[in-house]
Design a protein around this ligand. Structure first.
Ligand code: APR
Length: 236
């Protein structure tokens, strides 16, 4: 039998059990920072130091974090399924856990890119600090390789195409509040594709018409349970 195609769509909640704050929970990042001051193209233009410092702090923090049981369970799906992870997260915990195909919708903390040429992308191989005057080989200033609010999401269309191939869609730890990312759940190929959601909160699922199973647990508990359940169903 062919391997089932599983697409896993994750948000900040999947990394919460690794100790990385989410955005919109009570203790989330957006309770402590104003989006328009740190995560918009205008902020980068007018308040560059603050934006760079914000991402330097995120990067410094992320270097101390390790994948949790949720990331590891997602990676283990590859033992019997054809898996693509689509993440809104800018950390690399899915990769650290061993997931082979990871598409980052909102960019990656450990990369910088030229402000002039979006194709000129650099890996940060050492440390966490981007200096304010770092430049690319085109002479332009570098910026975090992050999709800011108000910017287009170049990986959205590739992500839609991946979701359309799914036999099963798993959604973990996202409020489904930020578009276009949240609309990915509507790109499954038909109304029969089962959607599993692992989230201790109440993400916005009101428009989902597919069979939906909400496992109301945190990621490190609910994802391993779900993966075990799917493995057993597939073996039958
Ligand atoms: N395990 C799983 N899910 C959790 C946990 C946990 N331990 N703790 C919280 N959550 C859930 C919350 O219930 C919520 O549904 O994680 C979700 C976090 O939602 P947001 O903070 O809105 O994060 P996310 O959906 O990833 O945000 C989308 O917004 O600011 C931007 O670019 C940023 O990619 C991000 C986008």
């Amino acid at each position: 039998m062919d391997k089932p195609k599983i697409v896993v769509f994750t948000g900040a909640g999947v990394s919460a059990d690794s100790g990385i704050a989410t955005f919109r929970d009570a203790d989330g990042l957006w309770a402590n920072y104003r989006i328009e001051e740190v995560c918009t193209p205008e902020a980068l233009q007018h308040n560059r130091a603050k934006v760079i410092e914000f991402y330097n702090l995120r990067r410094k923090e992320s270097l101390t974090k390790r994948p949790n049981a949720g990331h590891l369970a997602i990676a283990s799906l590859e033992e019997w399924a054809d898996v693509t992870v689509i993440t809104q997260n800018v950390d690399n915990l899915h990769e650290q856990a061993g997931s082979k195909r990871v598409l980052h919708l909102h960019g990656e903390l450990m990369k910088l890119r030229s402000e002039r040429n979006a194709e000129l992308i650099y890996d940060i191989n050492e440390g966490w600090e981007q200096s304010l005057d770092a430049r690319g080989e085109d002479g332009a200033l570098l910026r975090p390789h992050i999709v800011f609010f108000g910017e287009s999401v170049p990986m959205f269309e590739p992500a839609c195409r991946v979701v359309a191939t799914a036999d099963i869609l798993i959604v973990v730890g996202t409020s489904l509040a930020v578009y276009p990312a949240a609309s990915l759940v509507y790109y499954v190929r038909n109304r029969e594709v089962p959607i599993y959601l692992v989230d201790p909160g109440e993400p916005n699922t009101s428009n989902i018409r597919n069979p939906l199973t909400h496992i109301k647990e945190r990621g490190a508990v609910g994802v391993p349970q779900l993966v075990e359940r799917l493995r057993n169903e597939f073996k039958r």
